[in-house]
Design a protein around this ligand. Structure first.
Ligand SMILES: NC(=O)C1=CN([C@@H]2O[C@H](COP(=O)(O)OP(=O)(O)OC[C@H]3O[C@@H](n4cnc5c(N)ncnc54)[C@H](O)[C@@H]3O)[C@@H](O)[C@H]2O)C=CC1
Ligand SMILES: O=C(O)[C@H]1O[C@H](OP(=O)(O)OP(=O)(O)OC[C@H]2O[C@@H](n3ccc(=O)[nH]c3=O)[C@H](O)[C@@H]2O)[C@H](O)[C@@H](O)[C@@H]1O
Length: 446
């Protein structure tokens, strides 16, 4: 097989950028294509538009060497492999919105020569049947379409790129060895590392992605539902999770009770999976419950806060954590933001903090530019310093699972707050330690 020279990666968001930078580090010549001109300009200067540990260093190492970014689709003419990494957000009915994907496919059609062989690899999370549709759209072209769902986690995405737990590849016809060989060549590094490859058909690959996310989300909703009972009967959900997790069949991961899952994927992918069931006339009982439990969890936690104070009007809260999880700037479906909105709607004053500078910047922009928030705009402050954030507050609310919170100076914090009350929405603090400084502590199910 000819050595693959150039790879195009369409979409330079969390997935596309990691994919592009990662492939560049593996020695390929990569072109990143995005419709966002500002993003492309920044990337070509080696500036990372999103925060991901280790990403900017790798970007700087390869940009303008074996990695370039452009808004033009022209470079795909020179690439045998084209990765599609555009967003597939939720539409108004809960389905995956494939507008960006189909628009990228249209651009591919306009650009490539019908006779030039290409492998088009869909990394975006797409509903069952999408790879087939894309192939149908390209039926007059000499292309193979491959489903290659992405499993990376934000916050540790660079690590995940180089250390995947599996590589799933879905093909139209397993007897057609050409695209299989090409994909194995691109992912040779992982093959040599002994990472399992799952070579299957399109539908299995597409559904594996949704199944994985929905299963993890279900584990979280399961423990969150149990946490409500645990809370009431004074059991300790952390001990329950630990004890459950020691059973290897259950495992200890994703059993941390809290204020629910957020992010750009679990909420939308669970909803999109529900829609795929419904579109196939099957009632998705369990997965629907996962979604409902998650939507309710934050409301339950908020009620807990409200019940304690009686009236939130004029009360000031320090909200520790803004993004949907630690070490990211991503505010999409962040439970912290949902909680802040509820506090503001109830007349509270919010002081928000996150360790990630870009998360603070994104939150500042969100409240500054979101017109619907303008009404209570003056009631929200995003601060750069944790101690400033807790100063004179009626309560501290932990919304992101940063272990680092335990290493802060709690004696100092206890002297800064107006009232020593903590609502730990992620069960991340060590209550014994905090209580020593006179705090009243509320967790989730403990
Ligand atoms: N963010 C994550 O951790 C993960 C995301 N995924 C999936 O990967 C896909 C991408 O997700 P993210 O990277 O988070 O999205 P994102 O929103 O961060 O990035 C998407 C990028 O695509 C660009 N784009 C849109 N239309 C385009 C077009 N026609 N041509 C070129 N560029 C275009 C946008 O400007 C944007 O930069 C989604 O399907 C998502 O569900 C899968 C695993 C992990
Ligand atoms: O498809 C995707 O986009 C990705 O979605 C998740 O990754 P991510 O959204 O980055 O974050 P997670 O670490 O999975 O956390 C998701 C949410 O669940 C919450 N969570 C996680 C674990 C837990 O025990 N409890 C809990 O509430 C987190 O706080 C966070 O809000 C999956 O873990 C990835 O494998 C997948 O590729």
């Amino acid at each position: 097989m000819n050595k693959i020279k150039k790879i195009s990666v369409i979409g330079s968001g969390y997935v596309g950028l990691i994919q592009g930078v990662g492939l560049a580090e593996l020695g390929f010549e990569v072109v990143g294509i995005d419709i966002d001109e500002t993003k492309v300009k920044a990337l070509n200067k080696g500036e990372c538009p999103l925060y991901e540990e280790g990403l900017e260093e790798l970007l700087k190492k390869h940009v303008n060497k074996n990695l370039v970014f452009t808004t033009s689709y022209e470079p795909i003419k020179e690439s045998e492999i084209i990765f599609l990494c555009v967003g597939t957000p939720q539409d108004k009915d809960g389905n995956a919105d494939l507008r960006f994907l189909f628009s990228a496919v249209e651009k591919i059609k306009e650009t490539i020569d019908k006779n030039d062989y290409k492998v088009i690899v869909i990394k975006s999370t797409v509903p069952v049947g999408t790879n087939r549709k894309v192939k149908e759209l390209l039926k007059d072209y000499n292309v193979d379409v491959v489903s290659n769902p992405e499993f990376l986690r934000e916050g540790i995405a660079v690590y995940d790129f180089f250390n995947p737990e599996r590589i799933v590849l879905g093909f139209e016809n397993l007897d057609n060895k050409k695209p299989i060989e090409i994909m194995k060549h691109v992912y040779k590094y992982f093959d040599e590392k002994g990472i399992p490859f799952i070579i299957t058909n399109w539908e299995t690959a597409e559904l594996t992605k949704y199944a994985s996310n929905a299963f993890l989300a279900t584990k979280i909703s399961f423990i969150n539902e149990l946490a409500k009972l645990s809370d009431k009967v004074k059991a300790d959900i952390k001990t329950i999770s630990y004890a459950m997790g020691l059973d290897k069949r259950i495992g200890n991961k994703f059993l941390n009770a809290g204020i629910g899952y957020g992010g750009s994927c679990f909420p939308k992918d669970v909803k999109a999976l529900i829609k795929q069931f419904e579109n196939n006339d099957i009632e998705p009982i369990l997965i629907k419950a996962t979604d409902i439990v998650n939507e309710e969890q934050i409301k339950w936690f908020f009620e807990k806060i409200k019940n304690y104070y009686g009236n939130l009007n004029g009360k000031t809260f320090a909200v520790l954590g803004l993004a949907f999880k630690p070490n990211t700037d991503d505010l999409r479906e962040s439970r912290a933001i949902k909680l802040i909105d509820m506090l503001l709607e109830n007349g509270a004053i919010v002081k928000g903090f996150d360790y990630v500078k870009k998360a603070r910047k994104n939150a500042t922009n969100l409240y500054k530019f979101d017109k619907s928030m303008a009404f209570y705009g003056y009631n929200i402050y995003i601060l750069d310093d944790l101690y400033e954030t807790v100063k004179d507050v009626d309560g501290i609310i932990v919304t992101v699972e940063y272990n680092e919170f335990n290493n802060e100076n709690w004696e100092k914090i206890s002297n800064l707050v107006k009232r020593k009350v903590i609502f730990d929405g992620r069960n991340i603090l060590v209550p014994e330690k905090i209580k020593k400084f006179g705090f009243t502590y509320f967790g989730v199910g403990r």
